[in-house]
Design a protein around this ligand. Structure first.
Ligand code: ZN
Length: 168
């Protein structure tokens, strides 16, 4: 029988709206549902837990604390870097998201918090770190994952063998 509830190893489609404490909508599924592999860390842990066991058509409101969301905001994750470390042709602006490679080759995303001629302050916290996340979610569809999807740990969407938003 085809699966009807959200369980590990299934490809799940959800519609969602994400609001912060002040009611600001910071993210939502717009024209198409978000499709992800349940139980594979494709989405934040708190949302995955809230969805487990829901049936197709179910709706749920859930509030997720930073610990189960994007983590607490850490002052240590803000670093000042000499302006000279950046290529001269990079046009810096506050809020710009940069991919930064550390000495071991690991790539991190950072947001330009502020800068002047001498230094650039980079914030490595997730933009939603420290926020309570208020989700309205609706389960739109569930299906079995293919062996390849399970192997890769993410869904393969129609017309996209390997979507760019995932790493491999
Ligand atoms: Zn893949």
């Amino acid at each position: 029988m085809a699966p009807n509830t959200v369980q590990n190893g299934l490809i799940v489609s959800i519609n969602y709206t994400l609001k912060l404490d002040d009611g600001e909508v910071v993210d939502e599924s717009a024209d198409e549902p978000l499709v992800y592999l349940h139980g594979a860390d494709n989405i934040i842990p708190g949302l995955e837990q809230a969805l487990t066991g829901l049936a197709v058509g179910d709706k749920k409101s859930v509030t997720i604390s930073p610990d189960d969301g994007y983590g607490e905001y850490e002052d240590d994750a803000v670093e000042a870097i000499p302006r000279a470390a950046f290529p001269a042709d990079v046009e810096l602006e506050e809020g710009l998201v940069l991919a930064v490679r550390d000495d071991s080759g690991q790539v991190y995303e950072a947001i330009v918090a502020e800068f002047d001629d001498n230094e650039v302050v980079l914030d490595f916290n997730h933009p939603l770190a420290g926020e309570n996340l208020h989700f309205e979610v609706e389960v739109v569809a569930v299906r079995e994952a293919t062996p390849e999807e399970l192997d890769h740990g993410h869904p393969h969407l129609e017309g996209h063998d390997d979507p760019d938003e995932y790493d491999d």
